[in-house]
Design a protein around this ligand. Structure first.
Ligand code: FMN
Ligand code: SF4
Length: 707
């Protein structure tokens, strides 16, 4: 057994006949990488191979359709309905095994969300022809979505979307699962995971919300679980005892009053074990509404652990837990007997090497997931999975970091997201890197973004740790001028100084109660003292001064915590601009008990956010009674508040403070000024065009690999 801080997580384990080198399972993730033919691609293989190389004990593939092309949730989903799929998958399992990991395939029939059926004009198979659930999805989409998403669903005709399958079809589907499992065995998989959750067909049989049958497949739980149990029995019969077979179950159907209850889930787990399951993987489903998505792709660390723990008490086979199980939490979950294995999804998108880094005692080198939901959002728009924190995700071959052909002197100007990432990659490639940051701290806009949204702080910590560890000449408090450049004589200058923020030309915008993003940043981070003098009362300045004396402004987590008790803003706050920044700010403010109005000119607030993140933030804002004004144009800021025009009518929202969350522009000034220095100059990140964290990292990654 390992003696590290993560000794339980890193200890070997066994599921059925399969020995695993540690307790970390890569959770299944639909990648959208395939073509329309259902075959695995080289891109998939490289994606899984990198996670196997990174040290996971077991890879679980994304959902694979047992009856492909029928019942596939995505148009380009992988299939396992024919022997023709075996050779490609065999290559995958060989490559994963060569790297010491085991691999299981997730088998699925998508039921009422079989988008491929919908796209190809087939009705979707369901236990009962009950359109309620799908209508829920459509309703939510209509409420908040952009045209692009709407078009994805536009082909749907609710009147003949569903096929209530009969006994004969049920029996055929049971054989489809078992036959696919047998093919998986021939393809070299160590295990199969039957997907019995997340609103797909097996779940629909289990759920009283979707299953209204009166035959032996509906009614009492024993009947509703029959489909799953028959699949498990037939699969076991086909594959024998030398392959592991288990299922993924919802611990509950959250916020669905007539859905699966926790007690049902526990009983179903018992029945599944009785039918031959070697393990139970416990997840959760949240019903058909948009925000229900967050019930399975959870926000709170360890949110789903109680479900796994409850199932573990009831069964005598290993239990796999999932749901934002950060390494420390994962370790304690296993140490405390709440789970036997821990599945990680998003963390392994953000950093495939997570297990190896834990084993090597390099926790601080793990690139964190920042919980932006960009990866999941891709699925909604039929695009390949990507990770905002890790540009190399699903593009592993293209984004490999290779030594520079000729090491150069590289000057990076600006220690924000793109500057730090570019410096990191350039240094890893062997360049001689100097990173100059005008202020006394690293982070730039990311520092403020960390204050507003906690997961961003983990990315800041990671990038800062890398910059400080690598051979990078870090110069804080160093403004870059042509004379500094002459001294340093760089071959390449990467200008990453962030965007320019200009106050919009609105009457009243210079009033003392109006804060730009820069003002707020300066106040919260103790930066420009002039802002405090202009904007704050004597008492407020005293509080700030005290904060900076005790070092609060240097620590983002502490500043975030203290901002719950004090901030230089009145009770009623208007945020002008309802894009990503404005909405995240509004979320931050309502958590701090402010009455918030968001004023946005466009019809869709937060249009640039990933769909699930937007759903989540809009849900939170609405639950807190935020006054969300769209298609509203601000005319002036007066003593009475913010004057705006909506639907041709002028109105005023009374507020104490106003925050400007719009008016961000590219910033070429420094790059132009350095133009005569003879160095090769590139602009990076937000100073070239606003791309937020994802854009900044991607840009930095691309450029730093090219120089
Ligand atoms: C991009 C993405 C795709 C997913 N696709 C699947 C899937 O194909 N099958 C499945 O059972 N769960 C899927 N999930 C859910 C994950 O397996 C996991 O349960 C969830 O993300 C919570 O784990 P995490 O907090 O470690 O991300 C997906 C999650 C993500 C982020
Ligand atoms: S895209 Fe965002 S949520 Fe998804 S893994 Fe990456 S950082 Fe995490």
């Amino acid at each position: 057994m390992s003696t590290s801080k993560f000794s339980h997580l890193l200890s070997p384990g066994r599921i059925g006949p399969v020995e695993l080198r540690n307790r970390i399972v890569m959770a299944p993730m639909g990648s959208y990488m395939g073509g329309l033919d259902g075959h695995i691609t080289e891109r998939h293989k490289r994606f899984y191979e990198d996670r196997a190389r990174g040290g996971v004990g077991l890879i679980t593939t994304e959902v694979v359709a047992v009856d492909w092309p029928r019942g596939a949730a995505m148009v380009n989903q992988l299939g396992l309905s024919d022997d023709a799929f075996i050779p490609g998958l065999r290559d995958l399992t060989d490559r994963v095994h060569a790297l010491g990991a085991k691999i299981s395939v997730q088998l699925q029939q998508a039921g009422k969300v079989a988008t491929k059926d919908l796209a190809e004009g087939r009705p979707m198979s369901v236990p009962s022809a009950n359109v309620r659930a799908m209508e829920g999805v459509l309703n939510d989409l209509t409420a908040d979505e952009t045209m692009k998403i709407m078009q994805t669903f536009a082909k749907a005709d609710p009147s003949n979307m569903f096929w209530e399958i009969d006994d004969e079809e049920i029996q055929r589907l049971i054989r489809c699962f078992a036959d696919a499992a047998e093919r998986a065995k021939r393809a070299g998989f160590d295990a199969v995971e039957i997907h019995a959750g997340h609103g797909y067909l097996v779940h629909e049989f289990l759920s009283p919300h979707c299953n209204f049958r009166t035959d032996r497949w509906g009614g009492a739980l024993e009947n509703r679980a029959r489909f799953l149990c028959e699949i498990l029995r037939e699969t076991r019969r086909k594959v024998g005892n030398d392959m592991a077979v288990w299922c993924r179950l919802d611990g509950e159907e959250k916020d669905v009053p007539d859905g699966i209850k926790r007690a049902d889930a526990i009983e179903t787990a018992r029945m599944a074990v009785g039918a031959g399951a070697d393990a139970i993987h416990v997840t959760r489903y949240g019903g058909p509404s948009g925000i229900g998505f967050a019930a399975m792709i959870v926000h709170e660390p360890g949110e789903l652990l109680p479900y796994a723990e409850a199932v573990r008490k009831a069964v005598n086979v290993p239990v796999i837990a999932v749901g934002r199980l950060l390494p420390e939490l994962a370790e304690s979950a296993i140490a405390d007997g709440k789970a036997d294995f821990v599945a990680m999804a998003r963390q392994l998108l953000a950093d495939p090497d997570l297990p190896n880094k834990l084993a090597q005692g390099r926790r601080e080198d793990i690139r964190p997931c920042i919980h932006c939901y960009t990866c999941v959002g891709q699925i909604f728009i039929n695009e390949v999975v990507k990770c905002a924190a890790n540009p190399a995700c699903a593009r592993e071959a293209e984004f490999e970091i290779t030594p520079a052909a000729k090491p150069k002197r590289v000057l990076v100007v600006g220690g924000g997201t793109s500057g730090m990432e570019a410096a990191r990659i350039a240094a890893l490639r062997g360049h001689q890197v100097t990173l100059c940051e005008k202020s006394e701290r690293l982070g730039g806009t990311l520092w403020f973004a960390s204050l507003v949204y906690e997961p961003n702080g983990q990315l800041l910590d990671y990038l800062e740790a890398q910059v400080r560890k690598l051979p990078i000449d870090l110069r804080l408090g160093q403004e870059v001028t042509p004379s500094v450049v002459q001294q340093l004589r760089p071959d390449v200058i990467l200008v990453a100084v962030g965007a320019r923020r200009e106050r919009p030309p609105i009457p009243g915008v210079d009033r003392a109660n109006v804060f730009s993003g820069d003002d707020l940043r300066a106040l919260m981070t103790g930066g420009d003292k002039r802002v405090a003098a202009e904007k704050l009362s004597l008492a407020q300045r005293a509080v700030l001064k005290m904060g900076s004396l005790i070092g609060v402004a240097d620590r983002v987590a502490l500043s975030r915590e203290l901002s719950k008790h004090w901030m230089p803003l009145g009770k009623r706050v208007a945020v002008i601009g309802g894009g990503l920044v404005g909405l995240e700010l509004a979320e931050f403010l309502v958590e701090r008990d402010r009455e918030v109005s968001v004023i946005e000119e466009e019809p869709t607030p937060g249009a640039e956010m990933s769909i699930p993140r937007r759903w989540r933030v809009l849900h939170i804002l609405r639950t807190h009674g935020v006054n969300l004004l769209t298609e509203a144009r601000v005319e002036a800021i007066t003593d009475l508040g913010v004057v705006y025009v909506k639907d041709g009518t002028q109105q005023t929202v009374a507020v104490d403070s106003v925050i400007l969350a719009s008016g961000v522009q590219e910033n070429r000034g420094l790059a132009d000024a350095l133009g005569g220095t003879g160095a090769e100059i590139h602009l990076l990140g937000d100073c070239k065009g606003v791309g937020y964290i994802e854009g900044a990292l991607l840009d930095a990654n691309k450029l730093a690999r090219q120089i």
